[in-house]
Design a protein around this ligand. Structure first.
Ligand SMILES: [Zn+2]
Length: 503
């Protein structure tokens, strides 16, 4: 990572700007002398008007010049807070960040075995998660894409079908990360007619080796992963697990109530029994050593959870339990809200952190306004002893996220998934979050993938952006070089260990 050219240009512009201000000042002095010369008597009325106009223009220019110099000085005073770094800090910081071990706050990895046994053990493995969203956004139908994950077609046939949509969408970061991963892992620079079969063959071969260990440990240098998956066949030294209890919130039919009860072998025919089933589900998860709880309820409803009375919730439960009672979301919401409060009380009882999906949704058909993190503020106030981790940099609500994580001691900020949604947003907001949020509350990497290849590509992007932001912070005099290292270590490694209690 070379020093980014935009800063150099910015510096040049700044110098040019100051030079022009100074030259304006000199001009003013010259003009002032001319005015003084004429002060004794003007040679003609036209001359008098011309001189007055000139003096007026000069006075305005002078005022603007003073304003420019003042604001320029003010800008520097705001950010140039620390001694300037010694030469070579860009290279040193880049190397430091690239060599750090990572803690990964969020993954959905399928096991190596299940991928090996799947029908997408070819180039489609790399397109089936997140890239698929932009390929469909570019126009491919969902059923057509799903067919490409089967062995109904040869690799060449799959490629011919997906190619126009890949070509149309390969500009997005979801798809850039695929190109990065295939270059770094398989030595292939482009995905095209010439490379697609070679890449597919190399993927197949890789899965005959100790591939996960190689990619996660040796290439990505990840030490810990917080996983949101049912599969527990992963390396115990590396993986920790969170679980979801959203099935107790996402209820809008009698079948949903019964299914949630059945998940813990309980009959639920009353609100009390329903809450008991939730408590049993928690106890079982605790016995499986979960380190936290996750909620993705924002995919289905608003994040606003009112504090509902038990009586109100009971009435909704009873109505929902009646057969053929079809309730609207507004009607069922009090019960859902009540159950979310019960979940948080269980989280508090067991002293776990709570990861909450906020901001952008994968797939289509979701209402982004449902997932504005500001909707959660009443929960942060009510449960001040529960640590809430707000996911995905709340894209596009980065400002709201900053305000929440800054205001509430119990609100943490998580950048999982973020660099592949938009590297520019991640960079822009990491700059702002470092200025606003204590560094022990920022978790700067979570791959959020099904497959390790893309997790590795995502980790490379995260390292590059964290390094760039810190370099810019040091260059501007906001941080010293050693402060930047300390922040990098925290946000990429130690914070996750502290927040999830990993020894
Ligand atoms: Zn996820």
């Amino acid at each position: 990572m070379k020093p980014a050219w935009p800063e150099q240009i910015q510096d040049t512009c700044e110098h040019d700007y100051i030079a022009s201000c100074v030259s304006n000042l000199k001009k003013y002095k010259r003009m002032k002398n001319t005015v003084d010369f004429y002060r004794g008597g003007f040679s003609s009325p036209e001359n008098e008007t011309r001189v007055i106009e000139k003096s007026f223009r000069t006075a305005i220019r002078f005022t603007i010049t003073l304003f420019c110099l003042f604001t320029n000085e003010l800008n520097h005073a705001q950010i140039r807070l620390r001694p300037l770094p010694q030469d070579g800090f860009e290279k040193r910081l880049t190397e430091f960040v690239n060599e750090l071990e990572l803690s990964d706050s969020h993954e959905h990895l399928m096991s190596q075995e299940s991928i090996r046994n799947s029908q997408m053990l070819d180039f489609m493995l790399l397109l089936h998660h997140y890239a698929d969203d932009d390929i469909k956004s570019a126009g491919m139908s969902k059923p057509q894409f799903a067919e490409l994950l089967t062995d109904e077609y040869t690799v060449r046939e799959k490629w011919e079908i997906v190619k126009p949509y890949w070509e149309a969408s390969k500009n997005t970061a979801y798809n850039r990360v695929v190109l990065l991963a295939i270059e770094k892992l398989f030595g292939i620079r482009e995905l095209n007619d010439q490379t697609v079969e070679e890449l597919s063959w190399k993927i197949k071969k890789a899965y005959e080796t100790d591939w996960y260990n190689h990619v996660l440990r040796e290439k990505a240098n990840i030490k810990y992963v917080i996983a949101d998956i049912g599969d527990r066949r992963f390396d115990d030294g590396m993986f920790r697990y969170v679980e979801k209890f959203d099935r107790f919130v996402r209820v809008d039919s009698k079948e949903d109530l019964l299914a949630a009860g059945e998940s813990v072998s309980m009959d639920v025919n009353s609100l009390d029994a329903f809450v008991s089933a939730l408590e049993k589900a928690f106890q079982e998860a605790i016995d499986r050593d979960i380190v936290g709880v996750k909620s993705t309820a924002a995919y289905h409803r608003t994040l606003k959870y009112e504090d509902v009375s038990k009586e109100n919730a009971r009435q909704v439960f009873d109505r929902l339990f009646e057969p053929e009672n079809d309730l609207s979301f507004e009607e069922v919401k009090p019960l859902q809200d009540y159950m979310m409060h019960r979940i948080i009380q269980q989280i508090r009882k067991y002293g776990l952190p709570f990861q909450i999906h906020t901001g952008f949704h994968a797939g289509d058909g979701n209402d982004i306004s449902n997932s504005n993190p500001a909707l959660l503020a009443n929960l942060f106030l009510e449960y001040r002893d529960v640590n809430f981790i707000l996911f995905h940099g709340s894209y596009p609500y980065g400002g709201e996220l900053a305000a929440l994580a800054k205001s509430f001691r119990n609100v943490f900020l998580d950048m999982s998934w973020l660099y592949i949604i938009s590297p520019s947003y991640a960079k822009r907001y990491l700059h702002e979050w470092i200025e606003t949020v204590p560094s022990n509350k920022i978790m700067a990497f979570g791959g959020d993938y099904h497959n390790v290849e893309n997790t590795y590509g995502h980790a490379l992007m995260a390292r590059e952006i964290v390094a760039r932001v810190l370099i810019e912070k040091v260059r501007s005099g906001y941080l010293t070089e050693s402060e930047a290292r300390e922040i990098a270590r925290r946000i990429l490694f130690t914070n996750i260990m502290e927040i999830f209690g990993i020894e």
